[in-house]
Design a protein around this ligand. Structure first.
Ligand code: ADP
Length: 219
């Protein structure tokens, strides 16, 4: 899978770049734009894949460094959701901040990576579904849940999605991925002394639940 995932974008990039450089053909502006867009998107995909592979191997060797700082979750979640809006203009995200002012100790870049991975997955595997992001306080923990109304995951596979390289069988096989994302998410959350789980019902959707120790509450 990894080799395939690496070679596919590289093939597109090389192929379209070579095509555009051919001196015996001239391309109209629209076609040029289409080819350049493909090159741009495939380069992004490759970047993401390489980042994931590097994170995964740093996690395996225990060298993924984190830089913790006090982080106010309500504003942080709003920022992540605004960035997601910019990236996916069609995506509907509803925010439900039940517990404002909660502060945790976190690496903001890594925590954003976790939320973005879950949101990107929702766009990939639950296309067209609105997302509900809730911030609450449960049992002295800050809890963030991200819920979609997509196709869900078969019960016997839900826990396995956090395994390295695991991808749900029987799902649309044309959706590209490596099965590294949620493995990395879980390791990052564990490094924050938190927990991440998924609950899913086939045909109804999936909810990812993250809990983190509260450091303090501000008003
Ligand atoms: P990738 O997306 O690269 O396959 P992830 O580790 O991010 O890897 O996800 C693992 C698997 O979990 C995915 O392959 C997909 O089968 C399943 N999955 C993740 N998020 C969702 C979701 N919101 N709805 C349904 N299935 C999901």
């Amino acid at each position: 899978t990894i080799t395939h995932e690496l070679v596919t974008p590289l093939g597109f990039i090389k192929g379209y770049a070579t095509t555009l450089l051919r001196e015996d053909t001239s391309w109209d502006p629209q076609t040029r734009q289409e080819f350049l867009t493909i090159i741009d998107e495939e380069a992004d995909r490759l970047r993401e894949l390489i980042d994931n592979l590097m994170d995964s191997s740093r996690l395996q060797s225990g060298t993924l460094s984190m830089s913790f700082q006090p982080l106010r979750l309500d504003t942080f979640i709003k920022e992540v959701s605004m960035r997601a809006h910019t990236r996916y203009t069609e995506l509907q995200i509803d925010l439900n901040i039940e517990a404002p002012g909660l502060q945790v100790s976190a690496d903001p870049t890594r925590l954003a990576q976790v939320l973005e991975n879950i949101i990107n997955n929702a766009v990939k595997y639950a296309p067209g579904s609105p997302l509900l992001i809730t911030l609450a306080k449960t049992k002295e923990q800050a809890s963030i849940s991200i819920k979609d109304s997509g196709p869900g995951i078969p019960a016997e596979q839900v826990e396995k999605i956090f395994n390295r390289f695991y991808r749900v069988k029987s799902q649309n096989t044309s959706i590209r991925g490596t099965g590294l994302g949620l493995y990395i998410c879980r390791q990052i959350i564990h490094a924050h002394e938190g927990k991440i789980e998924a609950e899913s019902e086939e045909g109804r959707g999936t909810v990812f639940k993250i809990s983190l120790p509260i450091e303090s509450k501000i008003n």
